[in-house]
Each structure stands twice: as structure tokens, then as C-alpha cells.
Design a protein around this ligand. Sequence first.
Ligand code: GTR
Length: 421
Amino acid sequence: MKALIISLILVFLSFILFSQEANYDESEVPDYKLPQLLVSKSGKEIKTKNQWLKDRRAEILIDFQEEMFGRVPGELKFSGIGLMEENNSAVNGKAVRRQIRLFFNRNEKEIYIDVLMYLPKTPKPVPVFLGLNFLGNQTVYNDPEIYITNSYIINNSELGITEHKATGQSRGGKAYRWGVEKLINSGIGLVTACCGDIDPDRDDFIDGVHPMFYKEGQTEPLPDEWGTIAAWAWGLSRIMDYLETVKEVDSEKIVVLGHSRLGKTALWAGAADQRFAAVISNDSGCGGAALSKRAFGETIGSINQAFPHWFCGNFKKYGNNEAELPFDQHMLIALIAPRPVYIASAFDDQWADPKGEYLSGYYATEVYRLFGLKGLESPDPPQINSPIMGSVSYHIREGEHDLKEFDLDQYIKFVELFVIK
Ligand code: GTR
């Protein structure tokens, strides 16, 4: 009886805590103190890029690994590659389309990642955009030859996705986000895979890559081990392993990008794996580019409640307790330095805290300065639809939470300026 009463009280208390309305009022943002980027844990001031790389970067990376995204518990490379399909005159004859299956085996389990590539036909190895998609490769371009994913995906009634399964109705349904023809015409390739191939986006750890690492009797990752976002980022690194073997791809010019939860994923992939040449975060919000300590719009408490599987177990302790966080998202951006990073927001996407997304880039800029690079120099965000281009780039676009043509146009320009050069 006593236990029942205690658990009822706990349920009631967590309801009160987590059902707090989101704050959208700048004057209600709590006073917060961001941990310093340029002072190491032992109190040493970081004055040079070498000190940053040697003394500071690694300790920040470990904090994000252990307290937020979760550690990858072991090594696993692809065990085989299957060429599923290839066509040398895709996109009106301008590109090669290739569909590849990467196999992973361990613990008597197998997963595979289906990778779709469009590579412009040029004599030189090409730069590529690499990003995961939400709903299957068939959604990224209206091309009847793309295999329809079998993976568990989130429902989308507009694209006829019910029961978490894609059908032909979803073909090309998100083509506007990827601009395949525009990329090909700019000499940039596209490489993508469905996030559900790596780990289905649902609150369990019984499928996808996680169980492949379980010790006997284990049913979920340990508190400091990977959640779903870290698993997706791991998948991006495995696709990178593969791209390093593709002769038409310039593996020094692979730009990782993503929208929303997959924008959080792109940031973490780019922070953890320095092979990515640049990172683009589109409307990544809480757990992505937005500063957590501002608690504006979506908070750690609300994200952990709605998506308990995205981050590691240890991250739960910071819900409604942002002051205790030993880091904030400006440090995630700084981990990418000196590689260029683009942070984008949308004005109607206040849930993602556009100002907090800008500020993390602004505060991270001091690390870029150690490398002699420029980023976001003003504490005030720019006007709507007025991109700032630098090693840390930013724009806030009018309109809703999405990746629109305006966003993609800026990303192409950014990559031309800072990656292709
Ligand atoms: C929302 C979530 C955001 C964002 C978004 C998305 O429901 O609160 O953090 O990731 O989903 O991925 O579309």
C-alpha cells in the first residue's frame, strides 16, 4: 500500500514537472551560466588551437558521450556490400544512380543499411551531401527505380504511410528537401539512407543496431551507452567508411546534413567523426543546436519524456535541471571546429528556439577564432532571410519547421564557399 502511494505521488510529481507549458517569452528565460569553452576542467586557460585540440576538445567530447548521446559500446564495420542496382544515365543522363546494401553482423544478428547515391558524372571525384532520411530512400526523388524501404518508419498520412510501412504513394514525397537535380547541376552528389535501417524511431531497444552489442541478459543500453540519435550518427560514420572506398567520391569533401531530429544526428556525427568536412544542421532545436540552459520552447524535460530513446539514460537527470548540465550545445558546435558548420532556423519554429540555435553558434565562434576563422560575430541574430556566411554560418528563414528550397540554396552556396573552394 505504502509503495503504491509513493509511486502515485511520484507519477503525480513527474506529471506536474513535465507538463509545464513551454516558455516562449524571452523575458522568462532563466538566468543561466554557460560552461566556458576555453578553460579546461583542470582550470587551464586555452589560448591556442593546439591547446584546444590537445587539452580541451577530448574532455568535452567525453561529456557529450557519457551524459547526452551515449557511448558506442564497440566496433563494428560493415561485413559485406551488395550492389542492388546501378544506372549510368540517371537524372536526365547527368548522374550515376547506385543502390548499395551494407551488411552488419554480430551476436548472431544482422542489420543492413540501404544506401542510395546520385553522383554527377564528372571526371573528378565529387563532393557529396550525406544525410539520413525519415521515410525511406524512395521519398527523396521521384524516380521509380528507387527501392521502397521495408524499414519501420514514422507514419505520415499525406504520403500514405500508415502502420509504419511505406508504399509507392510516398515516392518523391520529400523531393523538395533534397533537390537532387539542383545538387547534380551544382556538381554535388547526394548519398542517403533511411534512419529506420539503423534503428527504428520508437521507444524500445529490441531492434536496430543496439541489441547487436548486448551482453547476455542485457535488454537495453547501459546509462552511458548510445541512444537512438547516437546509433543514427554511428550509421552515418559507417556510410562514410563505405564512401571512402568509392572512387567517384571525394572523401575529403563529405558534408553531413540533417533536418530536425536528423539535424541533431548530423551535429553529433560531425562532432564525433572528424572525417566529415562540414556539418549542416537544419532546424535541429533542443538536443541539436539550441542552448539547453535557455529552456525556451522544447526543453530537456519535454524531449526526454516524448522521445525517451533518443538520448542516453544519463541525460534523464537533466530534465528540468538544466543548471546541472556540465556543458551546453555551443560546445557541440565547437567540437566541429575548424570545420565549417551551418546552423539554420525557421521563424515559425519557436519550439526549436531559433535564438538559442543562433547563440550556440555565436558562443562557439571563439573556438573558430583560435584557428583564425570567422563565424557569428554579433550577439544579435540577423534579420529573417538574411544568411550570414562564415566558418560558422546561420540563417533564420520565414515559415515553418521544414527544409525548404531557400535552405538548400544557402547550403549549396556555403559548401561552394567553404568546402569546395
Ligand atoms: C519534434 C521534436 C523535435 C524535433 C522534431 C522532428 O516532435 O520535439 O525535437 O526533432 O520532432 O524531428 O521533426
